[in-house]
Design a protein around this ligand. Structure first.
Ligand code: NAP
Ligand code: ZN
Ligand code: ZN
Length: 429
């Protein structure tokens, strides 16, 4: 969700009250192959959301600690408080159910939502949180009623691991707008336990939320498509910005932004990048094949672009003024917000009225569209530009992400850097 995108929670649901609730629990930390019991608490920022919109939103008080609530041990990296610092954790996952696919995680991208979430910037985080919703892995077990996958298949899981499957949104393949959607991490699952994401050795998910991995799509640079890819592909399609010749703006050249440029170019758009980082100009024009590059803080450049664009995808993760981008839209132009800054935007009426302009939003994508996007990316050779890192680099990676110092997505080499501690392996022998 958000799913990572629990930002969605903040945006989608009316927050009636916010209170702090400390639930006692306990987990363990792994250091140099030793498991050290760690008296963690799960500091639950419990949010009471409108029960009529989201009845299962109240976070459960876990009777058991994360490492004993399920029978199968899991290992990962997570944050235990708002410092957003990651450390090794043990937790647990459920046994493979009839419709479940269990898989070993190979790669997991780092989305800015993971950082927002780890620091509780959206006020909905349950600690410990194990983020990660750009997950590629290899199937190790399937339930008796699984029809789409078999052991050995390469698969992906994005931001969603559950939804009601019967509401209007679910019936229209828009699981991301289901009032009961369940995000891949930090969210109560149907059984009341909290979901944990892909910064971990393995995962288990209902097959409906598992994607087929196209044969010629690389695993590491393809992983970010599971969030960054679908979050930019879906609004381009939905808002009719996928027509050849569309004059499209992309604001913020980060993980989402650079994939947005690639998707838009594949649809045949003329793309203008708006960036606060002049140093990205050459890469944008030469590497990503954008058509124009504007430094968004340069008023003269912004002025010159007034009234030129059909649509804009705004991917910026921090607070920023949006009026300047409304001004560069043509009449009937559309500004689509996908970035989720901590603070709300200011939305002035005049620039919208004078030009019948539209401001919209978009949240990841449904499972059908995500599969379509993966197949589209494989066909058009679209992947993310990635820096593959071992898990013990994650804290440095988060610092660099915050400074926009990554070209353009960190991807964790999970299979080679998150392993069961030696002591634990020995105890099973
Ligand atoms: P990212 O890699 O950090 O990219 C964000 C970009 O925003 C930066 O590279 C930078 O680009 C620009 N930026 C950063 N700080 C800025 C500031 N103070 N003023 C103006 N521009 C600034 O993050 P990401 O992973 O692409 O995620 C972007 C946002 O989308 C996050 O808020 C994330 O939570 C959200 N998100 C939403 C969805 C959804 O479904 N709607 C899905 C995934 C993520 P320049 O250097 O070019 O200016
Ligand atoms: Zn994401
Ligand atoms: Zn539903």
């Amino acid at each position: 969700m958000a799913a990572g995108l629990c930002f969605l929670l903040v945006a989608k649901y009316e927050i009636i009250s916010l209170k702090n609730d400390v639930t006692s629990s306990h987990t363990t930390a792994i250091t140099s192959n030793k498991i050290i019991p760690l008296q963690l608490h799960s500091q639950v920022s419990s949010i009471t959301l409108s029960a009529s919109i989201f009845p299962q939103s109240k976070l459960p008080k876990m009777a058991k600690s994360p490492d004993t609530v399920h029978p199968i041990k899991a290992y990962g990296y997570g944050a235990t408080d708002t410092s957003g610092t990651f450390s090794p954790l043990t937790f647990s996952r459920r046994v493979t159910g009839d419709k479940d696919v269990r898989f070993k995680v190979l790669y997991c991208g780092i989305c800015h939502s993971d950082l927002h979430f780890a620091k509780n910037e959206w006020g909905v985080t349950t600690y410990p949180v194990v983020p990660g919703h750009e997950i590629v892995g290899i199937v190790t077990e399937v339930g008796s009623k699984v029809v789409k996958f078999k052991v050995g298949d390469t698969v992906g899981v994005g931001c969603l691991v559950g939804s009601c499957r019967s509401c209007q949104s679910c019936s229209n393949n828009l699981e991301q707008y289901c009032p009961k959607m369940i995000l891949t991490y930090g969210f109560p699952y149907f059984d009341g336990t909290i979901t944990y994401g892909g910064y971990s050795d393995h995962m288990v998910s209902d097959e409906h939320f598992v994607l087929r991995w196209p044969q010629n799509l690389p695993l590491d640079s393809g992983a970010p498509l599971l969030c960054a890819g679908i979050t930019t592909y879906s609004p381009l399609r939905h808002y009719g910005l996928d027509k050849p010749g569309t004059k499209l703006g992309v604001v913020g050249l980060g993980g989402l932004g650079h994939v947005a440029v690639k998707m838009a170019k594949a649809f045949g758009a003329e793309v203008t990048v708006f960036s606060t980082s002049p140093a990205k100009k050459q890469e944008a024009l030469e590497g990503l094949k954008a058509d124009h590059f504007i430094v968004s803080k340069d008023l003269e450049q912004m002025q010159a672009a007034t009234g030129t664009l059909d649509g804009i995808i705004d991917t910026v993760s921090a607070s920023h003024a949006i009026t300047v981008f409304i001004n560069v839209l043509k009449t009937d132009g559309k500004l689509v917000l996908v970035g989720v800054p901590e603070k709300p935007h200011e939305l002035p009426a005049f620039p919208l009225i004078m030009g019948r302009k539209i401001v919209g939003g978009s949240n990841i994508g449904g499972l059908k569209e995500t599969q379509e996007m993966l197949d589209f990316s494989a066909k058009h050779g679209i992947t993310a530009d990635v820096e593959v890192i071992p898990i013990d680099y994650v804290n440095t990676a988060m610092d660099r992400l915050l400074k926009s110092d990554v070209r353009y997505r960190f991807v964790i080499d999970v299979a080679n850097s998150i392993k069961a501690p030696l002591d634990d392996i020995k105890s099973k022998v």
